[in-house]
Design a protein around this ligand. Structure first.
Ligand code: ADP
Length: 737
């Protein structure tokens, strides 16, 4: 150890007397003289001490001075201690050189001058002292430097600690500032939540503590249908260690299904805390709802275009409506029904549900209880008002109001209707049907949009039905025209054949000179037959001309005063021959006084002749009864026969152009007589009806005002199109109110 005040000087010599000499020479309060009698002793001393200088004898037994110096120089700690060799021998150059090689700084030769020794020693001691001072300074500098560095490190650590805290705070601020997202972390193995941002409570409703206190909270609340997807995402996260994102539902505290977009990543939370899963779940329920709305509207537009396509292909009235039903279930409704009016009553045309068995049983009940109640709700109400009925939430009181019996109510309740839409099927301003859409087991509640779509569908269906009607009427008209052409050509040919025959007989007689010898009776018979055929021909041609006149609106009345009874008698007289041919008798019942009317005599004569000839044709061999009845302003005329009669279904159409209820093989005719009759009567402001029972006979009765009104009501369109529509339309007020 270096003494700061007194420096140690190690004196090494195997001879005691030499050591004592050195001691006496160097004795000074500045030094501390330490003696060692061998190299070994010197080395032992040096193990723990660092003298400022070593004075060492070269010749020593065992370890000599050089060897001892070599060992000293090998030690890091002692290598710099100056060594002065003291020797009495070997002053030669080689020897001295060897000493320096072993680390000597100087040589002192015996006998030595005490002053020189002293001054040399003092130089080295001085040097050692300065070195010691320098070392001390250096040590202090180092200490200061170290302290400064420590300070800096401390500051840096402090700063990074502060930064870390600020970062943490910023992170927390960020996390807490997220209101529509939840930041959470969880253990990758147990999936136990280790952190969750406060926003979780606002979004999902569970208290924050629950997330970590409840085992498997996260997985327990992910929607069961999305759990596999979630676990797969976690698996991907572990294997690929990338950012993984997915959309899934989460069951909120109030049982709502909340849609979340969750981004997952693995985070290292420091050595001791290990790896964690970090999740950012952003609520996307609104987006999902918007997507759903978009999907719905796409579904609706797809549905409507499919509907339009299907409807455009259908050219049959009931087929069109069945097509509508097929596409409406389940796209629009769980139950779908269409009611139409047939023969003035509301009938269920179609009822559709996914389950045909259910459909059959409910259909039976609905047929058992056809709508007839005066209720402010339901099918009849829509027929009445021509307006849609919308029940976003179908209340039980509506069912109660519509129910016609306990059984009916129970059945309606059993269907479990949640929501309903009823829309009218309207064409040309008339409601001919009602479409009913019911949402039941799907639990779907209809919205305004659904109502609009149902109305749109109804409009398209109505147009399709219109088209189907047009098509069918066009088809029927073509059929009727073709039938007419074949009947007309046959009818026109019928009188021509005998006419030609009679003419040929006369021609032959003329050629062979037998004409002059022909019996006048025979000649008269030939001419009579020819005349009848010409009459028939001109009658048919007149009928055709009349029809074309009616069609062209050239049907004009020339009214005049005449006695109807007298006219009828006159006709019967004129038709005496034909009545006889057909073996019909006629009795006329008329008021005693003349029935004076102001009508178009020619047209009324035509009406009477047509009815009479029909009675003869279709009731040949049976009596005919004609009755004329007069009231103050009207005259009713009926022509009754006991002929083949007319089926109910045909009774209306026989008044139409070319319509016949018989075949040409059995009865000749163009199917124009009754049409002309109806038109002529209508022109007089009157009408005609028929009552008939097949095989029992028919009664045609027409009724005319005695004086033809100045203003004849505008001729109603009597074509089949209008008729087709009238078949399925209804006057809501007249029928149900
Ligand atoms: P046509 O007698 O030339 O066929 P009409 O227009 O006079 O034409 O009559 C239309 C159809 O009405 C007839 O084809 C027939 O089927 C039916 N009809 C008319 N009058 C009678 C009647 N008195 N008895 C039975 N059927 C009748």
């Amino acid at each position: 150890m270096i003494n700061t005040n007194k420096l140690d000087i190690l004196l090494v010599d195997d001879r005691e007397e030499n050591l004592l000499t050195l001691e006496s020479v160097l004795n000074s309060p500045e030094f501390n003289l330490v003696k060692a009698k061998s190299g070994d002793e010197a080395l032992r001393y040096l193990l723990e001490n660092e003298p400022a200088l070593i004075l060492m004898d070269v010749q020593m037994p065992r370890l000599d001075g050089f060897e001892t110096a070599t060992i000293i120089k090998k030690s890091e700690r002692t290598r710099d201690i100056p060594i002065i060799f003291i020797t009495a021998i070997n002053k030669d150059e080689v020897y001295t050189q060897k000493g320096y090689q072993h680390g000597a700084v100087d040589y002192i030769y015996k006998p030595y001058d005490a002053n020189i020794l002293k001054s040399k020693v003092s130089v080295f001691v001085d040097l050692a002292r300065k070195t010691q001072k320098l070392l001390q300074v250096e040590k202090r500098i180092l200490q200061i430097e170290r302290k400064e560095r420590e300070q800096q490190i401390l500051q840096l650590e402090l700063r990074s600690l502060k930064r870390e805290q600020a970062e943490k705070q910023r992170y927390m601020d960020l996390v807490e500032g997220i209101t529509n997202g939840i930041v959470w972390s969880a253990d990758p193995d147990s999936l136990t939540t280790t952190f969750v941002s406060p926003s979780a409570e606002a979004i999902l409703g569970y208290p924050i503590e629950k997330w970590s206190s409840e085992k498997s909270f996260l997985m327990n609340h992910i929607h069961p249908d999305d759990q596999t997807k979630f676990l797969a995402a976690l698996q991907r996260l572990k294997t690929e260690n990338t950012l993984v994102g997915l959309e899934h539902r989460f069951i909120a505290a109030d049982h709502r299904e909340v849609w979340l977009h969750t981004g997952l990543r693995i985070a290292q939370l420091g050595e001791e805390k290990g790896r964690h899963i970090r999740g950012l779940s952003v609520e996307i329920t609104k987006i999902k709802e918007a997507e759903e709305v978009l999907k719905q509207s796409k579904r609706r537009s797809d549905f409507l275009s499919e509907a339009s396509l299907v409807l455009s292909e259908s050219l049959d009235y009931s087929e069109t409506l069945s097509q509508v039903s097929r596409i409406a279930v389940p796209a629009l409704a769980d139950w779908f029904a269409i009611h139409v009016i047939e023969d003035q009553t509301v009938k269920l045309l179609t009822l559709t549900h996914n389950d045909p068995e259910k459909t059959a049983s409910i259909k039976k009940i609905l047929e058992k209880y056809p709508p007839h109640k005066n209720s402010p709700y339901g099918v009849l109400n829509v027929f009445r008002t021509g307006k849609s009925e919308f029940h976003p939430i179908l209340k039980d009181e509506v069912l109660q109001d519509l129910a016609q019996s306990k059984e009916h109510l129970d059945i309606m309740r059993g269907v479990g209707p949640k929501s309903a839409i009823l829309v009218p099927l309207t064409t040309h301003g008339k409601t001919f049907g009602v479409m009913t859409l019911i949402s039941a087991e799907s639990g779907y509640l209809y919205e305004e949009n659904d109502l609009k779509m149902a109305e749109d569908l109804a409009r398209r269906a109505a147009v399709a039905i219109d088209n189907a009607n047009f098509y069918q009427q066009a088809q029927a008209a073509i059929r009727v025209r073709d039938d007419f052409l074949s009947v007309a050509s046959h009818e026109l040919k019928t009188p021509l054949t005998p006419l030609k025959l009679q003419t040929q007989i006369l021609m032959r007689a003329l050629h062979n000179g037998s004409l002059e010898g022909m019996m006048p009776e025979k000649l008269e018979k030939i001419l009579q037959t020819s005349d009848r055929q010409l009459d028939r021909l001109s009658f048919l041609i007149d009928e055709l001309l009349d029809v074309s006149r009616i069609s062209n609106g050239k049907f004009r009345l020339n009214v005049e005063e005449f006695d109807l009874t007298a006219l009828t008698r006159d006709i019967l007289e004129r038709f005496g021959g034909q009545l006889a041919d057909s073996k019909c008798t006629v009795d006329l019942k008329a008021p005693k006084d003349p029935v004076v009317v102001i009508w178009d005599q020619f047209r009324i004569e035509q009406v009477l002749i047509n009815l009479l000839t029909n009675a003869m044709k279709y009731g040949a061999g049976k009596p005919i009864h004609i009755e004329i009845k007069k009231t103050s302003s009207f005259v009713d005329v009926s022509v009754r026969d006991h002929g083949i009669g007319i089926k109910k279904v045909d009774q209306k159409r026989i008044f139409e152009r070319f319509e016949r209820a018989v075949t040409g093989n059995h009865f000749s005719g163009l199917g124009l007589g009754l049409y002309i009759v109806a038109e002529a009567l209508q022109a007089h402001g009157g009408k005609i009806k028929v009552e008939s029972v097949p095989e029992q006979g028919s009664t045609f009765t027409f009724s005319l005002p005695i004086h033809v009104p100045q203003e004849i009501p505008q001729k109603l369109p009597r074509d089949r199109l209008q008729d087709g529509l009238q078949k399925v339309s209804i006057d809501p007020h007249a029928t149900f109110s």
